[in-house]
Design a protein around this ligand. Structure first.
Ligand SMILES: NC(=O)c1ccc[n+]([C@@H]2O[C@H](COP(=O)([O-])OP(=O)(O)OC[C@H]3O[C@@H](n4cnc5c(N)ncnc54)[C@H](O)[C@@H]3O)[C@@H](O)[C@H]2O)c1
Ligand SMILES: O=C(O)C(=O)C[C@@H](O)[C@H](O)[C@H](O)COP(=O)(O)O
Ligand SMILES: [Zn+2]
Length: 374
């Protein structure tokens, strides 16, 4: 990413900061806070250069650094991997004033955050996201967790980080498909809260579609900052998802079901993209979106996401599996399914207990044979 702007600090309530900048990776120790002696650095196998740099920076600052390489991507988010980290913390004698650092994409920051939340009932975690999705979403806000055989993020805790460090330079090595998946969550913030995001994505695509899908997107820094501000404002108001925070789950009920049914072969941001189209169609079927404006907003979901190369359809014939997974969504209450839908652009609301027939009809509207992600 070719920008050399000064770092930006986005406060999350008064609790911690998200630092976004170029060349800021070595500042990780500054976010740890006082009294930390030992640090467990958790990272995937794909980032040897970055994990070495962060380890060296922490050691230079006097910390005793223990390193844990965990499986890549969704394979990191298991009870077995978490248990291995608990053993490592125990053997190294980590106390309540020691800390965990999560370096990697959302899968690693979710795992590292969960291990920090559960070790001694809670030690500090600093998140150093290395994917776009991690920077704009997963590392911010304190939702941590792992998967079980029954579904995604079914075990976890709300455990806000002590700080989040986003060094945008690391995005230069991120594969395009992962960058684009991160743009899926950025676009989500555009639909639920900040339509300027959709305009910026539109401008970037109009200027140069290939560049818009890369770390050279000329609006990327502003897109990151805007999406982080949306998330920061929401989680500062409702950390534990008693109400407002549910809007960040836009597109996720169907999206998480696609991820699980597909054995996590779709990227999270890809599944959320088709999930947003699904729920936009559901909003139209249930009257939340209506008339020409409603039609245009549904069409805008497809056009923005497709302009970035994100999927907007899913294969037919898997309704029973999808519905079974959707029933276990965390927004469900008893046997009542609940969705976040839009009443208009940036006007999110709840849809409670829609008819199964309408849920299935919306699936029909997003079904297309031969669909697969990038
Ligand atoms: N806690 C939350 O609020 C929250 C929010 C959104 C998503 N999530 C979770 O985040 C996960 C998805 O995160 P993700 O999209 O970052 O995927 P990911 O963590 O699987 O990373 C994607 C891939 O990019 C590689 N990678 C990471 N950084 C790189 C870099 N700088 N250069 C080259 N390769 C790099 C990784 O090794 C991996 O192969 C899902 O599990 C999702 O449920 C959590
Ligand atoms: O931060 C939130 O709240 C979100 O819902 C953000 C989502 O993008 C994210 O994927 C989250 O992990 C989903 O949470 P879950 O509660 O549906 O498991
Ligand atoms: Zn998400």
């Amino acid at each position: 990413m070719n920008v050399a702007l000064e770092p930006t600090t986005v406060p999350v309530g008064g609790d911690y900061d998200v630092v976004i900048g170029s060349g800021v990776l070595a500042r990780v120790g500054e976010l740890l806070g006082p009294d930390v002696e030992r640090v467990l650095l958790v990272h995937p196998p794909t980032l040897p250069g970055l994990s070495d740099r962060v380890t060296a920076a922490l050691r230079d600052q006097g910390y005793a650094v223990h390193v844990a390489e965990v499986p890549d991507a969704e394979a990191a988010k298991t009870a077995t991997v978490a248990a291995g980290l608990w053993s490592q913390l125990g053997q190294a004698g980590f106390t309540r004033t020691d800390a965990v650092v999560g370096l990697g994409g959302g899968s690693v920051t979710d795992l590292a955050g969960f291990v920090a939340a559960s070790w001694l009932r809670g030690v500090r975690v600093v998140q150093v996201p290395t994917t776009l999705l991690g920077m704009v979403d997963a590392a911010v806000g304190g939702k941590t967790g792992i998967n079980t055989a029954e579904g995604k993020n079914l075990v976890g805790a709300f455990h806000p980080p002590a700080g989040v460090l986003c060094d945008v330079d690391v995005l230069d090595t991120l594969p395009e498909a992962d960058l684009v998946a991160g743009l899926g969550e950025v676009v989500k913030c555009g639909f639920i809260a900040d339509p300027v995001i959709l305009d910026l994505v539109g401008s970037a695509v109009a200027e140069d579609p290939a560049r818009a899908r890369s770390a050279a997107n000329p609006h990327l820094r502003e897109l990151i900052e805007r999406a982080v501000r949306v998330k920061a404002e929401v989680v500062a108001a409702d950390l534990r998802e008693s109400s407002l925070r549910e809007i960040l789950n836009y597109g996720h009920t169907f999206g998480h079901a696609v991820e699980q049914v597909e054995g996590y072969s779709w990227r999270h941001g890809e599944a959320v993209a088709v999930g947003m189209v699904y729920v936009a169609e559901l909003a139209r079927l249930t009257g939340h979106l209506s008339g020409p404006d409603g039609d245009a907003l549904v069409a805008r979901h497809r056009s923005v996401l497709e302009s970035l190369g994100l999927p907007t359809s899913y294969v037919p014939g898997r309704w029973d599996e999808l519905l079974a997974v959707m029933r276990r969504d965390k927004k469900s209450r008893g046997s009542t399914l609940r969705f976040v839908v839009l009443d208009g652009l940036a006007r999110p609301t709840r849809l409670v207990g829609p008819d199964d027939a309408l849920l299935q009809a919306a699936y029909g509207l997003v079904s297309r044979r031969g669909t697969s992600p990038s």
